[in-house]
Write a protein that binds this ligand. Structure first.
Ligand SMILES: Nc1nc2c(c(=O)[nH]1)N[C@H]1C(S)=C(S)[C@@H](COP(=O)(O)O)O[C@H]1N2
Ligand SMILES: [Mo]
Length: 306
């Protein structure tokens, strides 16, 4: 957190000061259910104030070529272990097609060659990881709105979900306490219960996941892949692109080849790498653990605006 951008600290400050003013002067608004819900948590309040101060058209700062970091730190998955992905790398992504579907009138698949024929945007921006480091890089890709316009969203489409190729290392069970810290597979009290089904059954936000961990350890669970989701405001933002080039070269595997999201006013973990499929949804409650992203499912904030 040491080198978080100053814009963020300014905003965090503004949340306190402006948030109080807004609340102080808006008794009538405060009586409205949605408004209360919007300000239910500090995170939501920050989102609310940011959206109040900066319209959805506000651009993240862009830099000069000379500012590009000589080394851009790769983070998270750097070389997806998945067989299907490795096969794609071997073929240099020949035959790869991005899938665009879900709540759209015209689902489609598109090759990298065809993506490169669409209008492109290049931007030199700073990437801020929640771990406390930043790097400046140049990204070229297709604005997400180009794809959404082609797909034609259905009226109930509210979020865009990015499904990625990389299975995440499950490592230590996150809820070691609930499972007694056992690393060896334990008897599954309900062998038919997949991780997803268990998650869907579990009471929301109780934090009690003791019923699903055994299913996971018994190997009945689907592989947990990285995924992310964003709302339509971020999706239509002009700097929201699916990048296929970094620093003027084909996007390397370490940084998310063949396509990675750049969502420039958001923290690093929202910038999904290895994007295979884009799905328009009304709600992400049924995806993964229901929090809208791999890191969100581990407790990170869904809204990571900076
Ligand atoms: N598919 C996928 N996307 C991901 C991650 C990941 O592990 N898998 N890590 C995230 C995190 S935490 C960061 S900081 C950035 C890192 O992007 P970089 O490797 O280009 O630096 O990717 C994000 N997108
Ligand atoms: Mo990150």
């Amino acid at each position: 957190m040491i080198r978080l951008p100053s814009r963020r600290s300014i905003l965090l400050g503004a949340t306190g000061a402006l948030g109080a003013t807004v609340l102080g002067g808006c008794d009538r608004l405060g009586e409205m259910g949605w408004f209360k819900r919007t300000l239910a948590t500090g995170e939501d309040a920050n989102q609310f104030v940011q959206r109040l101060l900066l319209t959805e058209r506000t651009l993240a700062p862009e830099y000069a070529e000379a500012d590009i970091s000589p080394f851009f730190k790769p983070n998270g998955t750097e070389d997806p272990p998945d067989k299907a992905y490795k096969a794609l790398v071997k073929r240099k992504f020949a035959g790869f097609q991005l899938e665009v579907g879900g709540l759209v009138e015209k689902p489609f698949k598109i090759s990298l060659a065809d993506l490169r024929k669409l209008p492109a945007r290049t931007q030199i921006t700073r990437h801020d990881c929640v771990e406390g480091w930043s790097c400046i890089g140049k990204w070229t890709g297709v604005p997400l709105l180009e794809l959404l316009q082609r797909a034609v969203l259905k009226p109930n489409a509210r979020y865009i979900v990015f499904h990625c190729a990389d299975t995440m290392d499950q490592g230590e069970p996150a809820d070691a306490e609930a499972t007694g810290g056992a690393e060896a597979p334990v008897a599954n009290p309900n062998p038919n219960m997949t991780k997803k089904a268990a998650g869907a059954d579990a009471t929301q936000d109780t934090g009690d996941r003791s019923d699903e961990a055994p299913a996971e350890e018994a190997g009945t669970a689907e592989p947990v892949r990285f995924y992310e989701s964003i709302d339509l405001v971020d999706a239509y933002h002009p700097q929201t692109i699916l990048a296929y080039e970094m620093n003027g070269k084909t996007l390397p595997v370490a940084h998310g080849a063949p396509l990675r999201l750049r969502l420039e006013r958001n923290l690093g973990y929202k910038q999904a790498k290895y994007v295979m499929r884009i799905e328009m949804v009304e709600s992400f409650a049924d995806i993964g653990e229901g929090k809208g992203g791999y890191w969100e499912d581990q407790g990170y904030a869904w809204y990571a605006g900076i």
